[in-house]
Design a protein around this ligand. Structure first.
Ligand SMILES: COc1cccc(COC(=O)c2cn[nH]c2)c1
Length: 239
């Protein structure tokens, strides 16, 4: 899987050289390329933004640098197998199933917006050429798409076959299919007693049936408490 990042702050992606994603890069599982959008400007100030047509506060990212960067990084041929991601508050909520779908992509290009956003024609042009995803990580505003691109990268790359040493651990996480779309139950490890707080006895009983039932009850309780929106979904198994 090749991952490209287009940003005016490409150094954000240096962090991908460490930890698991870095290891995957070494193993050749993923190939990471970060690019400075200003490399495709031609004026002395390397300008990437301009005032919004129609007025309004702030600045908008000009289309020209994006188009030239696309030509060089992706090419001028249409190819639906290339996935282009624009993180933005106005995007479609990003989910674990979207991460799973993207984990089989051969190429993903992250376009990191700054200022008030990117000239919409950039997204329209990209849609005419590749498979575009405008995604939101949540109902809040970041200063740019870089942090969102890092989060999406981690969610996707950890699902790439061969990435996780222990694929079983993927099956039991929140939002993974195995949990019926419920939130993950509370986790404990040794010591059994810590600062006057004890591990729930059932987990030390060795009775696997009771443990499974305790975990399910906890997942249902947590999901009802924190994510009532998930309780009616068909996959949750609770109504
Ligand atoms: C594309 O234009 C913009 C404009 C402003 C900020 C951003 C960065 O994305 C977010 O803020 C975000 C992503 N998910 N939730 C919030 C992009």
């Amino acid at each position: 899987m090749r991952l490209d990042y287009l940003s005016i702050f490409p150094a954000y992606f240096d962090v991908l050289d460490i930890s698991l994603v870095g290891k995957a890069a070494i193993n050749g599982l993923v190939e990471i390329h970060a690019h400075d959008l200003r490399d495709w400007t031609h004026d002395r100030h390397r300008t990437v933004d301009d005032t919004p047509c129609g007025g309004g506060a702030g600045m908008v990212m000009k289309p020209d640098p994006w188009g030239e960067a696309f030509d060089e990084i992706i090419g001028t041929e249409s190819d639906p197998s290339v996935h282009v991601i624009f993180p933005a508050p106005s995007g479609t909520p990003f989910t674990q199933s979207a991460a799973a779908e993207l984990s089989s992509a051969q190429r993903i290009v992250f376009c990191c917006g700054r200022y008030e956003g990117i000239d919409h024609r950039v997204i329209d042009y990209a849609r005419s050429m590749w498979t575009v995803h405008e995604v939101s990580l949540g109902d809040y505003v970041l200063n740019g798409g870089e942090v969102a691109a890092l989060a999406i990268t981690e969610a996707v790359v950890r699902l790439v076959p061969g990435f996780m040493g222990n694929p079983e651990s993927l099956a039991e996480e929140s939002f993974s299919a195995g949990q019926d779309g419920l939130l993950e139950y509370p986790l404990f490890t040794r010591p059994v007693s810590w600062r006057g707080l004890d591990v729930p006895e059932v987990l030390m009983s060795g009775h696997h049936g009771r443990i499974a039932s305790w975990r399910r009850d906890e997942s249902v309780r947590l999901t009802r408490e924190r994510r009532p929106d998930l309780t009616d979904s068909d996959s949750s198994g609770i109504h």
